[in-house]
Design a protein around this ligand. Structure first.
Ligand SMILES: [Zn+2]
Length: 498
């Protein structure tokens, strides 16, 4: 009897010790929440524009500059104005931060952004972003939802990435390419390094400024506003698909057309998240999720969302670059069937998009967030993180912070940093609030012949693109006539619809 009891106790002790040490390894931390729950807040209230400050008309660069300067002077505690560089013709690329802490980084709180007018002749987003600014600053004191958003998020708003293109665009022009490009004739949304194909386009000042900007701020979530369609389009925009057709039709125009118009989806490992983010925009929009085609000759999108490449593949787009190189989840938001509709329609566009624009940004507070520290509680900068099974990584900030948008479920976080032992941590994501996860790394024991961590694991958003190109999925590149016809058709197609 005593002997059996002793064996039982020993077994229980063993199970206890094992479970303790397993916990020490995986360390599922407390999942408490330090911010208000978004779900408990009342819906954001409608914005009543005050034409004394901002009317529903198009603003040229000087007027836009004046509005941004006046707003930052009027709301110094909620806004900070900065420029990330200049366009070819010397116009500032303005960004206004709207947040309860505009000048200081709020530790543990995510940076998000909207970029408008990357195509100069698609200015609805440009104007809506000015109204979004006015709405946020004028509602902070009176609207609980807006207060929650600004207290917990730094929102960077760039109304125009292509002010030179806008300057030569014409109001009332629904289609066509005049003003789409920058002053040197480059399409800025084809001007980024590409994950799938070599992009030989010369980097433009506007694109270089954005690349520099996003290398400095770890943006978690982003929306790029376009016109010419009504859909939320998510990565990837490009595809390795040419392999399938390569042997059959190397240089036939017909095959190139077939490739363009029968484009297959090109899905990211975060496809569930991207679909969700796109649906949040589409469903909170007055019309987008109905999926009605803009014209009989243009596609209808189920629920108002599409994978970018499934619509039409493109090389050098901004959203693929941000996601693959920096882990920022960007969605392309096509918000007007007419690229440059008459100004009297702007109020209607605002009403259609107001809730979407707010709710989309709030999605930065979904998933997992936390810090990576060393044994002495010092933050570890540029630790490489990856959600197991999702091979696009992300990195910590200089404060050791990280964020990743995830839907509810069980996940494993893999953490790597030079000089530290890698770790794998299990965690749970719930619907109601983000999971907070603090990770402590211990220095790795240097044993003879062991590989440095950088050789064991090459994170995707690694060093700057000119130093390191992420591994491509077995694509050898197309060339010659086939390539030029395909890109010609893509240009034509995107001029019409994107
Ligand atoms: Zn566009």
């Amino acid at each position: 009897m005593t002997r059996r009891w002793t064996i039982t106790s020993l077994l229980l002790l063993l199970i206890y010790v094992c479970s303790r040490s397993a916990n020490a390894q995986t360390q599922i931390p407390e999942q408490t929440n330090t911010i208000d729950l978004e779900a408990a807040l009342p819906e954001p209230r409608a914005y009543i524009p005050d034409s004394q400050y901002l009317d529903f008309v198009y603003h040229n660069h000087e007027e836009l500059t004046r509005f941004l300067r006046a707003t930052s002077a009027r709301y110094p505690n909620l806004t900070a104005l900065y420029s990330i560089g200049k366009s070819i013709q010397g116009r500032e690329l303005w960004v206004l931060v709207v947040s309860s802490s505009p000048y200081e980084h709020m530790l543990g709180k995510p940076d998000v952004k909207y970029v408008g007018n990357i195509h100069g002749n698609e200015p609805v987003g440009r104007e809506l972003l000015l109204h979004l600014i006015q709405y946020l600053v004028s509602s902070y004191e009176t609207d609980q939802y807006v207060k929650w958003l600004l207290d917990n998020t730094r929102i960077h708003i760039m109304p125009s990435m292509n002010p030179d293109g806008y300057a030569v665009s014409k109001e009332g022009t629904c289609d066509g390419g005049q003003g789409r490009y920058n002053a040197r004739g480059f399409d800025l949304n084809r001007n980024f390094p590409d994950y799938f194909k070599q992009n030989n386009k010369r980097g433009q000042p506007e694109t270089d400024a954005v690349k520099d900007w996003i290398s400095k701020i770890q943006f978690v979530l982003s929306g790029s506003l376009h016109g010419g369609a009504l859909v939320a389009s998510y990565p990837y925009d490009n595809t390795p698909n040419a392999r399938r057709l390569k042997g059959i039709c190397r240089s036939s125009a017909l095959c190139a057309m077939f490739q363009t118009y029968s484009a297959a989806p090109s899905l990211t490992p975060d496809d569930d998240v991207f679909k969700h983010l796109s649906l949040v925009y589409a469903k909170n929009h007055a019309k987008m999720s109905r999926g009605v085609a803009c014209k009989s000759a243009t596609p209808a999108f189920e629920n108002g969302i599409t994978n970018g490449a499934a619509w039409y593949p493109l090389t050098g787009g901004m959203q693929d670059y941000q996601y693959v190189w920096y882990g920022c989840m960007e969605v392309t938001l096509e918000i007007s069937c007419c690229k440059y509709p008459p100004a009297y329609e702007l109020r209607k566009y605002w009403e259609d998009n107001q809730l979407s624009m707010i709710k989309f940004l709030a999605e930065a507070h979904r998933g997992v967030q936390g810090f990576v520290f060393d044994n002495n509680n010092n933050p570890i900068e540029r630790a490489s993180l990856k959600i197991k099974g999702r091979d696009v990584g992300f990195q910590t900030t200089k404060h050791g912070e990280f964020w990743r948008i995830l839907l509810p479920g069980y996940y494993k976080l893999e953490v790597f940093a030079e000089g530290f032992a890698p770790r794998e941590i299990e965690f749970v994501v719930v619907e109601q609030h983000p999971t907070l996860l603090n990770v402590t790394l211990t220095p790795s024991k240097r044993t003879e012949g062991s590989l440095p961590i950088s050789q064991l694991y090459r994170p995707v958003p690694g060093p700057p693109p000119h130093l390191y190109r992420p591994p491509t999925p077995g694509y050898s590149g197309d060339s010659g006539l086939f390539s030029s016809i395909t890109s010609g058709l893509n240009n034509l197609y995107s001029n019409l619809f994107g």
